[in-house]
Design a protein around this ligand. Structure first.
Ligand code: BGC
Length: 372
């Protein structure tokens, strides 16, 4: 009997060794696919896969997450984020930040102005009278340097942002590490340093639809946000500076609720920053998203004080080169952007977003996928 098990073991080892190298089932792996060129720079799509078959694909352009493949309750794979089939899709005017890394400052800065250490700064205006997501050419539209880290489960992306870029002071070095775990978690670790005081607020802008293409909108997704408060906004989506309770309003997601339930009661749809209930700066579970028909369940953990829940209010079916030519209609997906509060540089009562020389900005966010 003992001899028989020994023979079986040898046979198993032999079988593994002789597996084709392209078959990465049961291991972590990172593959690379050419995705086009911008001028003379090659754009590459890197795909990390984990032992259970979850996959995340990332471009060096904008640090863009292009695909996120997870299983539904029947064990079928599906891509749970919106995106494009080709680089020309990503480069089109009006790409609403699909999957990108957002910086130097996520969300809006009122009139693109702020004062820091006695000096007035004027940023590039790219959203009516305001600056949105870093300006005309934010971190989402630049080429990052990508390095595969040991273990074949992480990619490190680096971008050096010059003093004066988009009007911001200081040379900033930003590093983002995307990691996939065996437990189906996509973790994003952000770091930044500067040589002059500057506002920093980095986030990821994935558009989730957990139905993986089955539902054209996210109205049947159930959302939970661990937040008793939110920051109301003016007509240009700049926070008024007030912090209000969600209780008794459509902004209350403290008990899981279908997004469609009160969506019509919010003019323009949800596009607000929730103030997370938290005390320290540890990585904490703060949101969940559930799509009952597929069984897909996503849990969000972060170190950040806020989250922007955006219900895809500006999607109107006009984007081209979308995945499989799909029409991305109003509320076709949602973003859960972990962040510091919008317009913080102009709101002294909001948590600080100014990074100084000698300090290191850090933020960690983790999206964990399962089924129920
Ligand atoms: C903002 C929206 C904006 C969208 C860009 C979100 O983070 O809050 O107002 O339209 O990004 O597509």
């Amino acid at each position: 009997m003992k001899k028989y098990s020994y023979l079986l073991l040898i046979a198993a080892v032999f079988a593994c060794k002789n597996k084709p190298s392209s078959d990465n089932a049961g291991k972590f792996a990172i593959s690379e696919t050419p995705y086009g060129k911008i001028d003379t720079s090659a754009i590459t799509e890197y795909t990390i896969s984990n032992p259970s078959g979850m996959k995340v694909s990332i471009l060096n352009y904008g640090g863009t997450v292009t695909k996120l493949i997870t299983k539904d309750k029947a064990g079928n794979d599906g891509d749970v984020i919106l995106g494009f089939d080709t680089l020309s899709g990503n480069l089109q005017k009006g790409n609403p930040y699909f999957g990108v890394l957002v910086g130097r400052f996520a969300n809006r800065i009122a009139k693109g102005k702020f004062t820091l250490e006695g000096k007035n700064y004027q940023l590039a205006l790219n959203n009516g009278v305001n600056t949105l997501h870093g300006g005309l050419k934010g971190y989402d539209k630049v080429i990052w340097t990508v390095e595969k880290l040991a273990g074949d489960s992480s990619l490190q992306l680096t971008y050096k942002s010059k003093d004066g870029e988009e009007g911001y002071p200081g040379n900033v070095v930003a590093t983002v590490v995307y990691s996939l775990s065996a437990a189906n978690e996509l973790k994003i670790d952000y770091k930044a340093t500067t040589d002059k005081a500057t506002p920093i607020n980095l986030t990821s802008h994935c558009y989730f639809n957990l139905s993986a293409g089955a539902d054209s909108t996210i109205v049947n997704h159930e959302l939970f946000l661990k937040a008793d408060k939110y920051t109301p906004v003016d007509t240009t989506l700049i926070p008024t500076g007030k912090i209000e309770l969600v209780k008794g309003t459509p902004f209350d997601f403290t008990v899981p609720k279908l997004i469609g339930k009160e969506l019509d009661m919010v003019k323009g749809g949800y596009d607000h920053n929730w103030v997370l209930n938290r005390t320290g700066k540890d990585l904490e579970s703060i949101a969940t998203l559930y799509h009952a028909a597929s069984g897909r369940f996503m849990e969000v953990f972060t170190t950040e004080p806020g989250i922007q829940f955006y219900s895809g209010n500006f999607l109107d079916g006009t984007l081209t080169n979308t995945k499989g030519g799909k029409k991305y209609v109003l509320h076709g997906a949602l973003c859960l952007e972990t962040q510091h509060f919008p317009d913080s540089p102009n709101e002294p009562s909001f948590p600080n977003t100014i990074l100084k020389p000698g300090e290191t900005y850090t933020q960690t966010t983790l999206y964990k996928f399962s089924v129920k």
